[in-house]
Design a protein around this ligand. Structure first.
Ligand SMILES: [Ca+2]
Ligand SMILES: [Ca+2]
Ligand SMILES: [Ca+2]
Length: 319
């Protein structure tokens, strides 16, 4: 330090004092002899963390929910560093101690990731949830070379330890339609005890309206008619078995193509489209519709559904 040019050292000291110890000077302090004038300018501004997310590491769409003992990644997006001139991004870390003990400064690595349709450029993990069920928080920090640090406010994340179940199944006649007879505009509604991850039904699905085919199958012998939902030509088997109250609704397999389905929170609604099998549609009786969903379904945190037989509330006339 004793050989440091006095003028440079003095200015550097001033810059450090103004910056509260977080300044960056864009000149070389070892320049010798010192230049006649200085063009250096400080970087007072940290790189902003503009978005952050946590998502379970198993397949799924939904962010912000993890389960005890489950694994997850933390994601962040960071704005280009500023300053005059900017010193540049030095690192991105996350304080995850609300979820995982010991992870107070997990280092995020650069990459390209997508969470709920949003692109993130930094990620760390997977980490295992050591926290018990409940609401908790995490934060993400970005630091530049001049040691300016930006830290997000506390971001919410839910540790969900409760498995979902099916809770109701209903068929509803379209306004002005024929009760007990399936036709375009009729709806099938499946309700869960809590929101389900749409990825469990169709890979990559965000739950917004999409095309589907609702198929009614004729029950053999005394068995009731049943419902199967298709994504394109692929049956959505995770939904399980849906038994209508009666065997009289169809006389053969009838496909309602151009149907649509929407998963909004805890409710999956299928609206029947047109069919070219109308000649095989009859009017059946009313009673209890039964639904046996499968454990392939899971909630936003990744808890597998507990499968039990769901008896539809009230009396269903099967559309
Ligand atoms: Ca900066
Ligand atoms: Ca749950
Ligand atoms: Ca109807």
């Amino acid at each position: 330090m004793s050989r440091r040019p006095r003028k440079v050292a003095a200015l550097a000291t001033l810059v450090m004092a103004l910056g509260g110890g977080s300044a960056y000077a864009a000149w070389s302090a070892t320049t010798s002899p010192p230049p006649a004038s200085f063009s250096g300018a400080p970087d007072w501004t940290p790189p902003a963390v503009t978005a952050a997310a946590i998502k379970k590491s198993t397949s799924g769409y939904s962010a912000g929910y993890v389960r005890p003992g489950g694994q997850y990644y933390v994601y962040a997006q960071v704005a280009t560093d500023t300053g005059n001139p900017p010193s540049g991004l030095a690192g991105v870390t996350s304080n995850l101690t609300g979820l995982t003990s010991g992870q107070s400064a997990a280092a995020l690595s650069a990459g390209t990731y997508s969470v709920e349709g949003v692109t993130y450029k930094y990620r760390a993990g997977p980490f295992t949830v050591s926290a018990a069920a409940g609401n908790t928080t995490y934060s993400v920090s970005a630091r530049d070379v001049a040691a300016n640090v930006f830290t997000t406010t506390s971001q919410p994340v839910v540790v969900d330890g409760t498995a979902p179940t099916g809770s109701d199944v209903q068929t509803t006649n379209v306004s002005g339609g024929t009760a007990g007879s399936a036709e375009a505009g009729d709806t099938l509604t499946l309700t869960f005890s809590e929101p389900i991850d749409p990825n469990a039904l169709v890979s990559g699905w965000d739950g917004t309206a999409r095309a589907a085919t609702l198929e009614l199958a004729n029950g053999g012998g005394s068995a009731p008619d049943t419902v199967q939902l298709f994504n394109g030509t692929s049956p959505i088997t995770a939904l399980g078995t849906i038994r209508l109250p009666d065997k009289g609704y169809v006389k053969a397999i009838v496909d309602f193509t151009n149907s649509t389905m929407v998963l909004s929170g805890s409710t999956l609604t299928v609206t029947l489209g047109s069919t070219n099998g109308a000649k095989n549609v009859s009017t059946g009786g009313s009673g209890t519709t039964q639904w046996v969903p499968t454990a392939s379904l899971y909630d936003r945190a990744g808890n597998a559904l507990t499968s039990t037989t769901v008896n539809g509330s009230g009396s269903n006339a099967a559309f």
